[in-house]
Write a protein that binds this ligand. Structure first.
Ligand code: FAD
Ligand code: GLY
Length: 373
């Protein structure tokens, strides 16, 4: 292990690991520091949906960014497999966003031409057609917006594949090592303090998910972020009752390879509690069996929870710190960190190489200037 790196990345979730991968591809000597084990927090809790059109819906910088990131997955999947041996289980079979009420139906119907105008593929599937395509759906479902280009991956595999590919390209990894402060010289961050000692770098990037805010206080920075707990569970089925991900108000059901269905997710703001509650899981079960009644017979597998990093205005923080040279931030991906991980890694690597972050991102200098620094 060196004591001086080109870049230290704090946080071994999908965001930190993607940044490490993209930087090491460019020949940078990178250290990825993780206080627990790699890919054990939000990034392993995620359902893995690549829901650019499902989750984000309307035109915005984040929507455009998400579409770009989604398009990176097919090539990335091959590259990561070759470097790490890990299959990220990319499934590109689309999603259906279902309407259970007249209000939901008119809202979803209005999104179809909006997204088509933006060049995206989507169509409205009327009731009869939907039930012919997906006979397991409950009769009360009135139709669906079909989004063929939104797929899914295995979130834990993606995070590990990024990290192991980075290692194959020369990145060092230090697990069970908490970064508790920055090493500062005048107005520059020149490294990090860990319980295992001081480590120096030209650039330090904080990618600590929902915990970034705590660490950044050591750089006199108050991020406008908050944690949002999410619970999920999974079941096993002999044959999947649905051919595509079903996305509904307050519930989604994601068919995974090998006869698993992942069902999520609850939302509870302002808590770092990672335990699974009976209330959360029973509400999800009720929703899921209302949408697909035969799920009552599915075999229980497991339940889990994770903490999403959300920001005050819903946009991630990506960019250089306005006050401290050598310090950058990549956090706040909320419900879409898996989807946004490829483009985030690429953009942060561009930034380290001195290129301006493009305007699909929030203008990071302004965003951080607003903070109480
Ligand atoms: P994390 O995965 O939380 O990683 C941050 C890491 O930093 C942690 O491992 C932590 O231990 C480490 N760390 C923090 N502070 C320090 C420190 N001081 N020193 C060292 N290490 C530190 N997104 C999608 O795109 N699609 C989905 O379908 C989806 N489903 C989700 C379902 C659930 C239930 C949840 C909870 C989230 C879901 N998400 C989904 C969102 C996605 O999981 C997150 O946006 C993403 O994982 C955030 O990644 P991250 O690397 O920023 O955070
Ligand atoms: N994107 C799904 C979730 O965060 O639950």
């Amino acid at each position: 292990m060196n004591n001086h790196y080109d870049v230290i990345i704090v946080g071994g979730g999908v965001i930190g690991s993607s940044i490490a991968f993209h930087l090491s591809k460019r020949g940078k000597k990178v250290l990825l520091v993780e206080k627990n084990q790699l890919a054990t927090k939000a990034s392993s809790a995620a359902a893995g949906m690549l829901g650019a059109q499902t989750e984000l819906e309307k035109d915005s910088p984040l929507f455009r960014l998400a579409r770009k990131s989604r398009a990176m997955f097919p090539k990335l999947s091959e590259e990561l497999k070759e470097l790490s041996g890990i299959d990220i289980e990319l499934v590109q079979n689309g999603m259906i966003k279902i309407a259970e009420t007249d209000e939901e139906m008119s809202l979803l119907k209005s999104l179809v031409p909006l997204q088509q105008k933006l060049g995206e593929v989507t169509e409205w599937v009327p009731t009869d057609e939907l039930h012919a395509q997906e006979p397991a759906l409950s009769e009360h479902i009135k139709g669906a917006m079909y989004i063929p280009n939104d797929g899914n991956v295995s979130a834990p595999s993606l995070s590990k594949a990024f990290a192991l590919s980075a290692v194959a390209l020369g990145t060092d990894i230090q697990e069970y090592t908490e970064v508790y402060d920055f090493i500062k010289e005048k107005d520059r961050v020149v490294g990090v303090q860990t319980l295992a000692g001081s480590i120096y770098a030209d650039e330090t990037i904080v990618a600590g998910g929902a915990w970034s805010e705590q660490l950044l206080k050591q750089a006199d920075t108050q991020l406008n972020t908050y944690p949002v707990k999410g619970e999920c569970f999974s079941v096993r089925v002999k044959a999947s009752p649905i051919t595509r991900t079903v996305f509904a108000n307050g519930c989604y059901i994601v068919p995974k390879l090998g006869g698993r269905l992942v069902i999520g997710a609850t939302e509870r703001a302002n808590t770092f509690d990672e335990t699974v509650s009976l209330n959360g899981v029973s509400r999800l079960m009720e929703r899921a069996t209302k949408i697909i009644p035969e799920l009552e017979n599915a075999q229980w597998e497991k339940a889990w929870a994770g903490i999403r990093p959300q920001t005050g205005d819903g946009l991630p923080y990506l960019g250089r710190h306005p006050k401290w040279d050598g310090l950058s931030i990549a956090t706040g991906h909320y419900r879409n960190g898996i989807l946004l991980s490829p483009i985030t890694g690429w953009q942060m690597a561009e930034l380290v190489e001195g290129k301006e972050i493009d305007d699909h991102f929030r203008v990071e200098r302004n965003s951080i200037r607003e903070l109480r620094i």
